[in-house]
Write a new protein. Sequence first.
Lengths: 614, 339
Amino acid sequence: MGNKSRVIEKEEVVIRFSGDSGDGMQLTGTLFSDTAALDGNDLSTFPDYPAEIRAPQGSVGGVSGFQVHLGHSEIFTPGDLADVLVAMNPAAVKANAKSIRQGGTLIYDEDNFTDKNIKKAGYEADPLKEEKLEGVHIIAAPVSSMVKEALKDFGLDPKSVLRTKNMFALGMVYWLFDRKLDYTEKYFEKKFSKKPQIAEANKIALRAGYYYAETIEALTPVYRVSPARIAPGIYRNICGNAATAWGLMAAAEKAGLKLFVGSYPITPATGILEELALRKDLGVKSFQAEDEIAGICTALGASFAGYLAVTSTSGPGLALKTEAIGLAVMAELPIVIVNVQRGGPSTGLPTKTEQADLLQALYGRNGECPVVVLAASTPADCFDYAFEAARIAVEHMTPVILLTDSYLANGTEPWRIPEMKDLPDIMPPRPAQEETPFLPYKRDEKRLSRYWAIPGTPGLEHRIGGLEKTVKGTVSYIPDNHELMVRLRAEKVSRVEEKVPDLKVTGHESGELLVVGWGGSYGYIMAAVRELKEEGHNVGFVNFNYLNPLPKNVREIFSKYQKIVVCELNLGQMANYLRMKYQEFTYLQINKVQGLPFTLQEIKDQCIKILEGK
Amino acid sequence: MDEHRSSEYTPKDFKSDQEVRWCPGCGDHAVLNAVQRALSELGIPRENFAFISGIGCSSRFPYYMNTYGFHSIHGRASAIATGVKTANPRLSVWQITGDGDALAIGGNHFIHAIRRNIDINIILFNNEIYGLTKGQYSPTSERGLVTKTSPFGTVEEPFSVGELVIGAKGKFFARTVDANVTLSTRIYVEAAKHKGTSVIEVLQNCVIFNDGIHDVIADKEVRDERTIILKEGEPMIFGNNRDKGLALDGLKLRVVSLGNGITEKDLLVHDPREPNPGIQYMLANMRYPEYPMALGIIRAVSGQTYEIAVEEQISEMQKKSPVACMDDLLKSGSTWKVE
């Protein structure tokens, strides 16, 4: 389609769609990402939106963005600076002008740059001049009037016509990146199968945008990003919340258990409950509780009754579940608590990302109350760590907290689909039937886990609860018994270490600087370290996914570097944890608390400063 | 003992080996006896019972039952019991709770369990005081009650358990007195058979911190005059000489004396199965001295239970959906192959 004489091959590009929160930018970005993924690009996405469903129209606070980074090579992050910024209004320029790359392209809807909207966004008269976008290639497109024109004889009301603006913009971007329209067209046919007029209107707007870009072709080169060189297999795009839900279901199947999820809706974790609620076909029992406490307590009840039990939440919800996690520790019942971290404290920044719940997960309970804590590091590996969290919970009879974050939860990336037969079996510790009376706190010698006797089983009737008990399940205030049980519970959790894989170093195995990350900042650090290494710096990188217990080889790795720097989206929680655990090392810090992920550049700059001894 | 078939249980089969540690004279002992008696009559295998409790004196109950049991945290027993029953609808799930546990810290879970009509049996020990923390007022303490935290009398209105249950769309509400083991046993059996949330309020005596709080209606000398035991299909009669009854006077209940032209035919006949809760609501709220306190099964209306609705939806979707296992799901939707 069309004459594309000026085609530029790019290794990778970053595109950011931005507009009012009602402009449909999330859908636009998702459709573009899916098309790129189907074309075989590796990619990473980052939706960035306000908490208000419809913030005041035209305001900077109401700007919703969706960034996608696609490449011919492996992609670790949604990218720092945009090669192409699509701005549906002046506020979107205001919010994003600083993230356009030198030499990048800005596409904007000039019809929306009215005096009123320009003032609303906080500009005097000319946003482009005021932002000093000299090095940026600018395409002013009359998006609103073009869709009005394209759909003038269509019989749609003006509001519905304007709702297709995002598809016009998407059409332009498809032309710019030499993509086909068929995936998006099929999406609309399916989505609006009962409203064919709406489906057709969106398709017309999409094509109008595509042809418009072609018509003004002389203005800009076309970028081509060839398919990525990635491992063979069947792929799909997946976001962190869906991957988490799927990992839990996979674990239930492997353990021969049914899955129960008890949760209360909370941003940004709700997607997990929604995904599991869909899966009645797989027998999942999803329970939307009256509050966060009931979420975990119903799950704990289901665990007592023999289910793989899960509760999903975000920071404030984890705070509310604290007492029940203590009960799970005391009752020694398996349960997975997923905490999709967001900006805190309190309500904080509900739609933004942060990694500031680490110490809450590790220590935020009364008494000596150890739990296993894991953290996922990419949207797709949320599947692996959710699976692993469930495996540990069941096999070791312990609560496990899985930390993800808003960035992972909403971000997507292509994921090579695993086959169930390749995943490890999970073996629930069943008591021997002939052992009566059943002793609820008798332990497996190796793991120190107690046995899981399920109500309905004759002869194994027993009582458990939050009061301290003897091995028999009798309530006991005997001082020595309490100390024994406290130590046993701690030792049980620390024995999970046996199967914790060693930390793996990326980059130099020893040398000047070790960059340490945990959980969701993996991608940015990875990309930064890769560039540092390519530029000849002597740098290594480790990322922690197991936070309690920690891997066995930490000390060995740390001792091979002159300097250690811990990068995290908080004020130094992991650094302090490591200071406590491995006191012989000195820890430098790179911290950020803006509700946003790191940028590659931020990490690189700070690492270089450290390397230069500044 | 384990060889017993379920139909041959005796109350003893439900006693655990734990020493019962409630205060001598506490009403809880009688409740325990009545529950063990009721369970032995139900014909349900012992392994299918689960007793779930929160925190408070009564919440020690599961330790004394030779069944599956879970003594949990303050206020959360309704939620935990809901999880147990939703996971396994074949279990007979009992929640043991008190006025503080169910109506103060656990109020939210209590009303939502009732609203969902999950098939659990909630025995609410109401002694109108916090006993385990040694004597503070509770959400059912009468206005003006002097306690350690209300040294000059409470200035709060109490909840009426039945009113709250009906307000939360409850379908089964009964009231009994701890010492009346015969009545209690009958109610527990009926509660177990009822499909849906059953709430049984037990007027229970705390011998240490609120001794005699229910004596004004429950004492042997006065109980026939000051309480009425409601029975399905029977006219509402009470009194030492069974010479008093309840009749409708406009939109209100009225105590009438039989004789002088008033006969049984003028009295209300108890219908706990009437879905409209109007009369049952008034019966649940009757208080001495204006009225006798109502005992027995006040409301018992059938309806869809939560856990069965969940299972029905699952089996319906399993028939319709092409996804039968995780491999199916993993491969569903938009995928692409990389060679």
